[in-house]
Structure formats: C-alpha cells, structure tokens
Write a protein that binds this ligand. Structure first.
Ligand SMILES: [Zn+2]
Length: 293
C-alpha cells in the first residue's frame, strides 16, 4: 500500500511520466489527460477509468473509491470548502439538455418538501425536513455537474475525489433509470455526501460474505440486482453516504406533509433497502431506532 501511495505521489508530481505507466486500469493504448496539479475544475477523461489501480469497479452497483484515493485527493486538493449555495448549479456544456432538465426537475421537487418533524440523525446531518435545507446541503457541496462513465456501465452518478472533490458526474443512466424520482434524489444526495473530504469522503466498507438479508437471501443491489457480498458497497456508520441518504428518505416518508402517498411509500422502500447496507450492528440499530422518531 505504501508503495502504491508513493507511486501515486510520483504520478501527481510528474504527470507527463504517467502516460508511460501501466498503473491505470482500462487505459491500454489510450493517452491519459491529467488535470493540473493546482486545482482547476477540468473534466476527467470520459472513456477511461481515471483513478489509480487500487479500486476496480465491479459493475455491480454504484461507484467505489478506496481510502487511499480519498487520502491522495485530500493531499492534492486539501479539504474542500463548502461553496456559496446561492446561484444556479453549473453544468458542463456537454451535459445533455434532457439530463440537465431531469436533474433540475429532481432538485426542484426536493425544494418543495416541507415537514413537521425530523429524527435526531436527520437533524444532526441535515437539519429540518425542509426543501431549503436539502437545497442548501446539495448546492453547498456540489460545485458543478459533468458527464462521465463513472468507471462502470451501471453507475448513475459519482463523485471522483481524486479528480475533483466537489464535482458530481452523471451518466446516461440518469435518464434511462426506471426508478422513482426520490430514489434518483437518494443517489445524488448519496454522492453529495462523498464530497466531504474532511471525512475521507465517507468511503465505503466492504459488505460481508455471505451477505444475507433479513429474509435469508443474498443481498442484491436495488439498482442493478447484482449480488453485493464482498463489494465495497456497505457502511459502518449511519453518517456515511448510504446512511445519510437513507435517513433523508425515511424522514421524507415519515414527516413530509407536502408529499403524496406514492412519494412517501417510495421513499420508505428505498430507505429500508439502503439501511441494509449499514452492516455494523450498533450503527444499524441506531438507524432502526431513529426511523421510529
Ligand atoms: Zn458511495
């Protein structure tokens, strides 16, 4: 691991040499473009997996990054500052209009949410169940939106701290995705949590093997149906990306007064699913208790 970090440091310091390197997956014969060492929000290459070799995308679920990558990103960019949430969310020019419209529509919906209560974990992470709170949370963390493969054909959205700790990337699946609107919001709020470089970007833990649900069956991704045993697709804290977005949705299910029954039902279903990804017994139980409040 230390060798990998060392190599990474060399790559960061001397990007020109990296073009001859075999360290990157999926790049054979392709020339890598490296963003400048000083922070500039330049886009990552679209057709290669731009990250160091430590974490391979399994294709089973959302995007993964390793603790080493998060640490390297922090070293490179420092702790990302929250931005002023005023103003429009900037989209790269190559984000198709339909995808921009879908995301803006999703964020416009979340802005309408108004609730009368909130669970303790929700208050800790977000504050009240309120559209302006969610908008502020999202826009203070996400500095812009671009298009990427997110390393994998099944991904919907990703944050790649190694390239830009505050940028969110969407894939074409964002509009092909046949899941309800609140589940799409859960994905982008999950990813927004990954911008927090002061917390190691809330990197994931490995799911156990075997990974069985309450019904005794193998746990599968609600997005792709792929088995999750052994994948870096679990969390050990309620405060990470799976936990925080599940807490958001469960609070919408329990406390949103402006949402219709379908929205609340969808929110509850997806929150319960993502709760299953929090595998530490104490953290899991804390969320179960929190969901009753
Ligand atoms: Zn994640």
């Amino acid at each position: 691991m230390r060798n990998s970090l060392l190599l990474l440091a060399v790559l960061l310091a001397a990007p020109a040499r990296a073009e001859q390197s075999e360290l990157f997956d999926g790049t054979s014969g392709k020339k890598l473009e490296f963003p400048a060492v000083t922070f500039t929000p330049s886009p990552a290459p679209k057709d290669v997996d731009p990250r160091p070799a430590q974490t391979k995308q399994s294709g089973s679920d959302l995007f993964y990054f390793s603790p080493e990558e998060a640490a390297a990103a922090k070293k490179k960019f420092g702790v990302a500052a929250f931005r002023d949430p005023a103003g429009e969310l900037p989209f790269d020019k190559d984000v198709p209009k339909e995808i921009q419209a879908q995301m803006l529509g999703d964020l416009a919906f979340i802005k309408t949410v108004s609730g009368s209560g909130a669970s303790p974990l929700h208050r800790q992470i977000f504050g009240a169940v309120d559209g302006s709170v969610y908008e502020q949370f999202f826009k203070s963390r996400v500095s812009g939106v671009g298009m990427s493969r997110c390393g994998d054909g099944n991904a919907v959205a990703c944050v790649m701290p190694f390239w830009n700790p505050t940028k969110m990337w969407l894939t074409q699946n964002y509009i092909r995705f046949s899941h309800p609107q609140v589940s799409r919001l859960m994905v982008v709020f999950h990813e927004a949590r990954h911008t927090e470089s002061g917390h190691g970007n809330w990197g994931h833990a490995s799911c156990p093997t075997p990974f069985l649900g309450p019904d005794g069956k193998e746990m599968r991704s609600i997005w792709t149906g792929a088995e999750l045993a052994g994948e870096a697709a679990c969390d050990k804290t309620p405060l990470g990306s799976y936990g925080s977005s599940a807490i958001m949705l469960k609070n919408i299910a329990n406390h949103c007064e402006t949402c219709n029954g379908k929205v609340r039902q969808d929110a509850s279903l997806y929150a319960d699913d993502q709760l299953g990804r929090v595998t530490d017994a104490k953290a899991h139980q804390q969320m179960v208790e929190d969901f009753k409040l």
